[in-house]
Structures are given as structure tokens and as C-alpha cells.
Design a protein around this ligand. Sequence first.
Ligand SMILES: [Ca+2]
Ligand SMILES: [Ca+2]
Ligand SMILES: [Ca+2]
Ligand SMILES: [Ca+2]
Length: 308
Amino acid sequence: MYPFNGTPGTRFLAATFGAPTLEFFDDRDAQYILIFNTGGLVPTGQGIDNYRTVSATLTVTVYNDSEFFYDGTYDPMASYRPLDDPAHVPDVDVGRPINLFPVGYRDGFDLTNWTETSPFNVVGDPMTDASRIRTAYCAEYSADGVATDVSLAVRDGLEPQPLGTGQADLNPGDPVPADTTFVFELDLCDPGVQRYFAEAFDYGRLNLAVVSMHGASYDPDIGPGDPSYPIYYTSENPLGELLGLTPTLTLRVRVGSAGDFNGDGTRDFFDVLEFLNDFNAQRPAADLNSDCRFDFFDVLQFLNEFSS
Ligand SMILES: [Ca+2]
Ligand SMILES: [Ca+2]
Ligand SMILES: [Ca+2]
Ligand SMILES: [Ca+2]
């Protein structure tokens, strides 16, 4: 999702970068949207109350060699503001992180009809103003399923919490070598996030937005500078496919009641035992109300689901 991408959805490579100081552009200018068809793996149509995502891990692999620096921690939005902006705060570590967000839609698009070859915009003209017109965008979701576009988080003064920040087997500030895999352990401790995943599994498709705000230098006199941002293998990339460098998603999802905690089709003593084991060990499977705390409310919910 980039205003001047002539071949969306079929490229062998995709980039992410930002333009937080350019008027008429989204701060998160080039976004890499991933579509996972989950229907064959997670039963669809169960109703959104019947899915709970226990864990999710995404990987994407970088194609370009040593053109940007590794930062595995979140950078505040104000650190992307121009130096002469009174609201600017310094970036305390070298490099910029790669973050992951849910996907929101506008102008007639939604989870069911937005595809990898959908256009960047159907309203407006990116040649005059490319901001706030992309059909799919990195988003935050409320607990009742309402999306907020966070593509302009810097200028909108938002501090959106990503689903995850990419981790690589590198030291902070290292140049990132080609074929480095970034791993995102998703933070699922949010009712809006759980609902987003539940709606995805209910329909059978999960879309995620990889974004970063690495600089994309451009000098009007000399043209584009050297890339200083990540470029990733896409699922279309033959080499990436051969070498196993295309994006992956690993999920653990509970479908249906937690009363049958071990998922063997019956409710008995073994479900109670396994729940209590997971609860005592504070494993995510036992955090039944998805608040990342292990307390009375999880036990109560288990007992309710077990006996209902
Ligand atoms: Ca950082
Ligand atoms: Ca940084
Ligand atoms: Ca059972
Ligand atoms: Ca809990």
C-alpha cells in the first residue's frame, strides 16, 4: 500500500518507510499488508465469541543488505517529528523499529472484499494529496470493533500501540544483513485485538500491516538516494519461496468453549486439572478473559464455561 505502486499485490519485494515531514503523504507512507487465509486451519463461522487467540507469531525476512540499522524497541511518535518542531523528542537509540498493526479499511472496502490487488485509493488523487485515502491502512481497533487509521499517528498526535515490534538476532544498532528474519510475538492482551482476530477467523482471513518509518531520502536535484529502509521478500518471490524466506504466521487459537479445556470433546476432571496447571504456571491458555492477568476472573470464567 504505497501511493505510486503500479503493481500492487504481485511484486517480488515490498518496502516500508515513512514520510512524517511531507505534507500530502501519510506518515506511514509505504505499508506492507499481509493476507493469511486461515479458513483451512481454523474453523470458520463459529461466531466471534467462540475464538480466543492464545498466541501468534509472525515472521518477515529482509532482502536488502545492510541498508538500515536494527532497532528492536518502540520509538515514540514524537521522535519522528522534525527537529525544529517544539514537540520533537530525540530518538534515544540508533535505527527505527518495524511494527505490526491490524488493518482497517475505507471507501467500500472491508475484510471480505479487500484483496492483494485492490487499488491504493478509489476516492481522491494521490498526485495532489495521498493522505487519508488508502483503501487499507494500519489501524487500532476498539473493543467494539471500530478502526482508527494510525497512518498519520505523528501528525495526529496519536501513540498507537503496535501488535508487536520486530526482533532479530542482532545487537541494537547493527546494520541489518540480507536475509535477516524479523520475528513478531504479538501482544494479544487487548479486547480490540482479540475481537479483530476473532472476526478474522470467523470469516477465514487475517490481514496484518507491517509498517516502519525509516526515512526515504529524496533530493529534488539528484533524485532518490540510497535506500535506508527495509525491503522484504513477498510470498510471490521465487527465491524467497525456495529458501523459506517468505512471511510466516504461527497461531494457537481456541475455538469453542474453554470448558473442554484439553479439546478432547468431553468435559471431565482432566479439563479442570489442565486448566489449573496452566493457570498456576501462568500460561496464556489459562488467561481466559485475555487481560494478561491470572486471577479470580479467569477461574470464574473457566467454572462458568465448564458447567454451562
Ligand atoms: Ca527504539
Ligand atoms: Ca530508534
Ligand atoms: Ca476435555
Ligand atoms: Ca485474565
